[in-house]
Design a protein around this ligand. Structure first.
Ligand SMILES: [Zn+2]
Length: 133
């Protein structure tokens, strides 16, 4: 394999996601090619069948690109709430609060005038550091 050969490093099913990573890599002077982007204009199902949008970089840039790609995926996990915000552990679980806590949320919401937030009765716990959010 030569150093100026493009190799696929990531796949996306959304054009915007692919271009976010491309922008991050290009900011570090890494040359990026995106393949099969035309499929993203089709239905998502067609895009999946086609294997998604491929992002490729030069073989020579792999070492430089790797931490950027890793950070990008870690950010995706953080946005999806699948990583501990305190210690970055992926060993987390999702729990549902008890009826009593539900009652407290509802009562507090009524007093504060914020109402009862239905998205609140769920929290996640990190098994590595014990952090809850
Ligand atoms: Zn943690």
């Amino acid at each position: 394999m030569t150093n100026n050969q493009f190799i696929e490093v990531a796949r996306f099913f959304s054009s915007s996601d692919a271009h976010i990573l491309r922008a991050l890599l290009e900011a570090e002077d890494i040359q990026v090619e995106i393949f099969d982007e035309q499929f993203s204009s089709l239905t998502p199902v067609d895009s999946v069948i086609a294997g998604g949008i491929k992002l490729a970089i030069l073989n020579a840039d792999i070492d430089k690109a790797e931490p950027i790609i890793q950070a990008y995926y870690n950010n995706l996990k953080i946005e999806a709430g699948n990583v501990c915000p305190e210690c970055n552990s992926l060993d987390i679980s999702r729990d549902y609060v008890t009826q009593f806590t539900m009652f407290c949320y509802a009562t507090f919401g009524a007093i504060a005038g914020t109402g009862f937030n239905r998205t609140t009765p769920q929290y996640k716990k990190c098994h590595s550091c014990g952090y809850k959010w």
